[in-house]
Ligand binder design. Structure first.
Ligand code: FES
Length: 353
């Protein structure tokens, strides 16, 4: 190509030398050249049968350790009671069951992991292979190639030949899931009818949870929220938490004309109504009372119940009204229950009962 100046190139004159002329290009080293693989270095185990045998025993030992860890896990689960507390330095006082389960499961899993890593690092073939990029779909030749490589890899890993490693590894892998299986025991036993009943029964006095004294109608004033529990339930009892979780009550006084639900009115005493304190969503204790509207709010997920209308759900995820307890007074003028709740209290157990 030529122009009117007679030059034989159309490259601008201000380009650096070597870019525009003929025959003056300088060969530069390629900064992205493939450095290739470093020369392979044999490990001791590759050239020394004794060292290979030693590594094999170490790997088998680690898998065996894993099996022992699993057996110890199951043994600890059976031996230690849930409430056993022990002192372990430097952790202090810890649950013997949780500590032993954590420790033994760690041994079982670490044994498998360490065994596999040691096997790969010392006994499996460690020569690096460059795998060129290729089309995603493999042709028959490539498939056959891969198949052969897989067979070679399996042979080189010694999986078939090193029976001690293979068998102990299979044993460890088979046993580890047992640890998960045995703890399924904690899903049982089924509660049967235990959740259907509480300590409330006909004639049982309502005890103020704050003062520990029998509740009298005059103690419950309009606008207040009082918590109550069944007479005879003491904090020192072993099953106190289980029982109070079912029997806790909220007591409020409403003007009888404000009560919209007929059954609620029939089950009240001079406008005093008693409802379960346990939220019917997932069982949080309800504690927020709005005296103007007679609404109670569960602090966990904001379910809101209208205590002037059978504790029906106004808002939130709770699926059922709060169960009401039928109350009256005894000859001493103390508030008493006239029976147990008619519905199971708490989370949506109703669907299953
Ligand atoms: S437990 Fe009360 S709203 Fe979820």
């Amino acid at each position: 190509m030529s122009d009117e100046t007679g030059s034989h190139t159309d490259v601008p004159e201000n380009l650096p030398s070597g870019r525009g002329g003929h025959g003056d290009e300088v060969a530069k080293p390629n900064p992205f050249a493939n450095p290739g693989l470093p020369p392979h270095e044999h490990r001791r185990q590759d050239i020394d049968d004794k060292a290979a045998k030693h590594s094999e025993r170490v790997v088998a030992g680690l898998f065996t350790l894993s099996m022992l860890g699993t057996i110890a896990f199951i043994a600890c689960f059976v031996i230690f009671p849930v409430d056993k507390i022990v002192y372990i330095f430097p952790f202090g006082h810890v649950s013997a069951l949780n500590f032993s389960l954590g420790l033994t499961l760690a041994v079982a899993l670490t044994g498998i992991g360490a065994g596999a890593v040691h096997w790969a690092r010392t006994l499996m073939a460690d020569e690096e292979i460059a795998d060129e990029r290729h089309r995603i779909d493999a042709d028959d030749e490539l498939r056959e190639n891969v198949r052969q490589q897989w067979i070679t890899g399996a042979k080189e890993s010694g999986f078939g030949r090193r029976k001690l490693i293979r068998n102990t590894m299979m044993g460890a892998l088979t046993m580890v899931p047992l640890a998960g299986l045995v703890i399924l025991r904690d899903l049982g036993p089924l509660p049967e009818k235990k959740l259907d009943h509480t300590l409330w029964a006909k004639g049982k006095q309502l005890i103020n949870s704050n003062t520990n004294q029998p509740l009298r109608p005059e103690d419950v004033v309009v606008g207040s929220l009082t918590f109550a529990q069944p007479d005879g339930l003491e904090e020192s009892q072993d099953d106190f938490q289980q029982q109070i979780a079912k029997a806790a009550l909220m007591i409020i006084r409403l003007k009888p004309e404000d009560i919209k639900d007929k059954r609620e009115l029939d089950w009240s005493h001079q406008g005093i109504v008693a409802f379960s304190k346990i939220c019917t969503h997932v069982g949080c204790p309800i504690s927020l009372y709005e005296q103007q509207t007679h609404h109670v709010l569960c602090p966990c997920h904001q379910s809101t119940f209208d205590l002037s209308d059978g504790a029906r759900v106004l808002f939130g995820p709770a699926g059922h009204p709060l169960p009401q307890l039928r109350i009256s007074v005894n000859s001493q003028g103390n508030l008493i229950a006239l029976g147990d709740f008619e519905e199971p209290v708490g989370p949506a157990f109703w669907e299953r009962s």
